[in-house]
Ligand binder design. Structure first.
Ligand code: ATP
Ligand code: MG
Ligand code: ZN
Length: 514
């Protein structure tokens, strides 16, 4: 079975399935019901908010054999052909791909011909702002005297780039960003029907980061799912999407505003140790300050970019401590700091500089707080740094090295295997990434999975994935290589190879990262 991205599986097929965009949906559905459909529409709005989806619903509704209250039936031959992209009279033109010159020229010739198959010819022109002037003019000619049987639906993310001459000939609908709540609701539904368990915090985080676009939200969920499996919590989302925890950011900014130099440096070091990138930390802190500012100004009405419910108490505290003017200054400073980091390699000291500059800001409501130093240091970090290998484990690793084992080459083989699999199929790579190469012996490669990754192991054993894995393993270790997947706990320990790996590395090292 080939894998179909969630956002494609979940394209709304009828008006009733569209999330938000109520006014647009109502107006179009009424017009369709009453047979008052116009010749040209312009759909504008941010990416992934439903423009193409609704255009296709309209295309079906006008050609459907049994429309019901303006909705297409999605079952008659016309609907089915359109759904499958086999309908001659629904023509999609992507202006972004070739700027549309040939297609618009072609369109001018063909537009006068009656529909070949259906009742109406529907031209859906996506990213219409990308058309060349020449193509725009050609389109305009057609829009001036549109034949009866033709409907144009133009879609764009950049309304301001559409010439007034075109605008004045279209009925225009603006698509709004969806709210975080609307996105969460949709994600819940998708998760449920795909047997995923996604925590409320994880859903909220994905929704906030999607910035009003449902496609991006669904893609994010898809991505987290393919790397982490069906149990998804906030940390999984942070990890896969490369985000910085908002509670961490709260504490970091609290340290900044209380001018706690030691704490700022310690916290930055901690995030770097966890593998965050300097640019990422700076960028996320900018977004956090943006949220703080909006919250200071708007209170309960604020819509947040990064802050989720669990970080709200921290945000409240910070709001009481800071003045908007001070936040604006901090935001400006940090933005230029983040900018500098963006164009450099970005090292730890530059990152520290970017934050320490903020400490020099005047205007804090409260004087420097020293108490927080101790308090904050004692507070458990929400995302503790990964445990360093224990001394015993180090000892064991040493034993292995001296015993002639070569863990460097094991690591290299594993990286190579992952890369080869990734080249062939990303979802397979996502499954494999949760495993651990235990070793290669007697032409058998053994890969271990924690019980918690049962889903991944079993999926990998399915024919399509197993094929890719084996093919890649042969490229790494030679043609007669076989692959064996085992569990790391209990029964797996019976496997001599696993046992040896456990002996050599110590359990906490063989363990797969959670
Ligand atoms: N309003 C919505 N209701 C339900 N699903 C939506 C909505 N908007 C977007 N989606 C989801 O996102 C996917 C992409 O949506 P669509 O292609 O309609 O966006 P678009 O506005 O045309 O975006 P772009 O400007 O990038 O072309 C859909 O397949 C669907 O899964
Ligand atoms: Mg589109
Ligand atoms: Zn139909």
């Amino acid at each position: 079975m080939s894998y179909m991205a969630l956002y494609r599986t979940w394209r709304p097929q009828r008006f009733s399935e569209v999330v938000g965009q109520e006014k647009t949906v109502r107006a179009l559905q009424n017009a369709l019901q009453q047979g008052r459909i116009s010749h040209a529409y312009l759909f504008s709005g941010p990416r992934g908010t439903g423009k193409t989806s609704i255009a296709k619903i309209v295309a079906r509704a006008v050609n459907c054999a049994h429309p019901d209250q303006g909705e297409p039936c999605n079952k008659c031959p016309a609907c089915v052909d359109i759904l499958q992209g086999n309908f001659m009279d629904v023509i999609e033109i992507d202006a972004a791909s070739n700027r549309g010159i040939d297609e618009i020229r072609d369109l001018r010739e063909k537009v006068r011909m009656l529909p070949a198959q259906g009742k109406k010819k529907v031209y859906i022109i996506d990213e219409v702002h990308m058309l060349t002037t020449e193509a725009f003019n050609a389109l305009l000619k057609t829009l001036e005297e549109p034949p009866d049987s033709v409907i144009f639906i133009l879609a764009t993310t950049e309304l301001q780039k559409i010439p007034a001459t075109i605008l004045s000939r279209c009925q225009s609908y603006h698509f709004r960003r969806l709210t975080a709540e609307e996105i969460v609701e949709r994600l819940k539904k998708v998760a449920l029907s795909n047997h995923m368990t996604v925590s409320a915090e994880a859903l909220e985080l994905i929704a906030r980061r999607a910035n009003g676009g449902l496609r991006d939200a669904l893609s994010a969920l898809d991505q987290v799912y393919s790397y982490k499996g069906s149990e998804i919590d906030k940390n999984a989302v942070l990890d896969v999407l490369g985000l910085v925890d908002d509670i961490y950011l709260s504490r970091l900014m609290e340290a900044v505003f209380s001018r706690n130099v030691g704490m700022v440096i310690e916290m930055l070091g901690q995030a770097l140790k966890e593998g965050k990138e300097v640019q990422q930390i700076a960028r996320e802190a900018v977004l956090y300050l943006r949220d703080l500012l909006v919250y200071s100004l708007l209170g309960a009405e604020a819509e947040f970019a990064v802050v989720t419910d669990s970080a709200r108490p921290y945000l409240d505290k910070l709001r009481n401590k800071t003045e908007p003017a001070q936040i604006i200054k901090a935001l400006n400073l940090l933005m230029s700091g983040a900018d500098r980091l963006r164009f450099s390699e970005g090292n730890r000291f530059q990152l520290e500089m970017a934050f320490l500059e903020l400490l020099a800001l005047p205007g804090a409501k409260q004087p420097v707080e020293t108490r927080t130093t101790q308090k904050a240091t004692r507070t458990e970090s929400p995302r503790p740094a990964k445990k360093a290998p224990s001394a015993a484990a180090e000892e064991k690793a040493k034993v292995r090295r001296t015993a002639g084992g070569d863990d460097k080459s094991v690591a290299q083989d594993w990286t190579r295997l992952l890369a080869l699999v990734k080249e062939k199929k990303i979802p397979t790579h996502a499954l494999l990434a949760q495993g651990k190469l235990l070793g290669y012996k007697d032409q058998v490669v053994t890969i271990g999975f924690k019980k918690a990754y049962k889903f991944h192991k079993e999926k990998l054993e399915e024919e399509a994935n197993a094929g890719i894995l084996e093919e890649s393993a042969k490229e790494v270790w030679g043609r007669s290589t076989a692959v064996k997947l085992v569990y790391l706990e209990d029964d797996a320990v019976q496997d001599p190879l696993v046992k040896k790996a456990l002996d050599v590395f110590g359990e906490d090292i063989v363990e797969i990262k959670e």
